[in-house]
Design a protein around this ligand. Structure first.
Ligand code: SF4
Length: 326
């Protein structure tokens, strides 16, 4: 495989759970529990899973908004935990994030122009006229008139605010952007405009994305490969649209079978039961209480994520059987 732009190696984020009783044993919430994946330069890597599976925490660790307490994060071949303050400042130019609700990250008292110009000031980029030009160009690239620089966040529609959120992520000319549920709150027609804009920008600027969403249709539309998380772990990583790369993990198959439009992936398995608590995850394979193919081995031994084809990895003892049952 080509060298990864960014790589998560057994990345983990565990939170201590406050004790409710004095003699109670301290518990740990395993939000992300040893997740590994590589994203190639210019690739769009989708990340999906049910609510609480750890996908957003994983994205936030990749942009260092949340510090991992296990594993390594490697960017362009370097472990970023060992970077100096100066190197980390440089890295922050390269790695950006677009949130679901850009409104919360926009200062309501400041104009859009101020919001977009501020990171340029922090990083000492250009003089005032040059920064203003860059703000105007970036607004145009996200489909907004440069006049939007003088507007305030409350004067914008949801779609316009998301375009500003994208402009804010682009202004420092990053290489890698985490896009976290960025179209989830938008109307369907606006969603497709924003998705097309993201695709166009990715191609024009050679960007690399981690695209996080609970919407499987959206993720399959935009991604080159998709990672499926379950209870803080990676269940499967598969290439999109590759013939011969069938979904293999019983959880992935059931998840995609539940979506009407992902017809090519329909099969008989349906997802039963609730996601267990990440404070008390099941032994062995965390999916075993819900899995129709679970065996005794699954209840005691956690499967490793292993390569099963180009760009395709699966974490299941019985994936070959899963492929036969359809
Ligand atoms: Fe199901 Fe066992 Fe595979 Fe886990 S390892 S997904 S329980 S078959």
């Amino acid at each position: 495989m080509t060298e990864a732009l960014i790589e998560a190696r057994a990345l983990a984020k565990h939170y201590p759970v406050p004790k409710r009783k004095l003699l109670e044993k301290r518990s740990v919430l395993r939000a992300v529990d040893g997740v590994s994946f590589r994203i190639k330069e210019g690739e769009i890597f989708g990340l999906v899973g049910e609510s609480g599976c750890g996908k957003s925490t994983t994205g936030q660790m990749l942009v260092q908004l949340v510090k991992q307490n296990g594993g390594e994060l490697v960017y362009r071949g370097r472990n970023i935990n060992g970077l100096s303050v100066k190197e980390m400042k440089e890295l922050r130019r390269d790695i950006q994030i677009v949130f679901q609700d850009p409104y919360s990250s926009l200062n309501p008292k400041k104009t859009i122009g101020w919001t977009l110009e501020e990171p340029l000031v922090v990083h000492g980029i250009g003089d005032k006229p040059a920064r203003r030009r860059l703000v105007a160009e970036t607004l145009e690239q996200v489909g907004l008139d440069p006049d939007f620089a003088s507007r305030y966040p409350h004067e914008l529609s949801g779609g316009q605010r998301q375009r500003v959120g994208i402009a804010a992520a682009l202004i420092l000319a990053p290489k890698f952007i985490v896009i976290d549920e960025a179209v989830s709150a938008l109307d369907v027609s606006v969603q497709s405009q924003i998705l097309n804009l993201l695709k166009e920008l990715q191609q024009k600027r050679g960007l690399t994305y981690l695209f996080i969403s609970h919407d499987l249709n959206v993720v399959e539309y935009i991604s080159d490969r998709v990672g499926v998380m379950y209870l803080g772990k990676m269940a499967e990583i598969f290439p999109v649209g590759e013939t011969g790369s069938e979904l293999l993990h019983p959880y992935t198959r059931a998840l995609f079978a539940s979506v009407p439009d992902v017809s090519a992936r329909k099969e008989r398995t349906t997802l039963q039961g609730e996601v267990p608590s990440p404070i008390h995850p099941p032994s062995g394979c965390a999916f075993h209480p819900r899995c129709p193919l679970a065996t005794d081995r699954c209840r005691t031994t956690a499967p490793e994520l292993r390569s099963v084809g180009p760009g395709h990895e699966v974490s299941c003892h019985n994936y070959e059987e899963a492929n036969v049952t359809t």
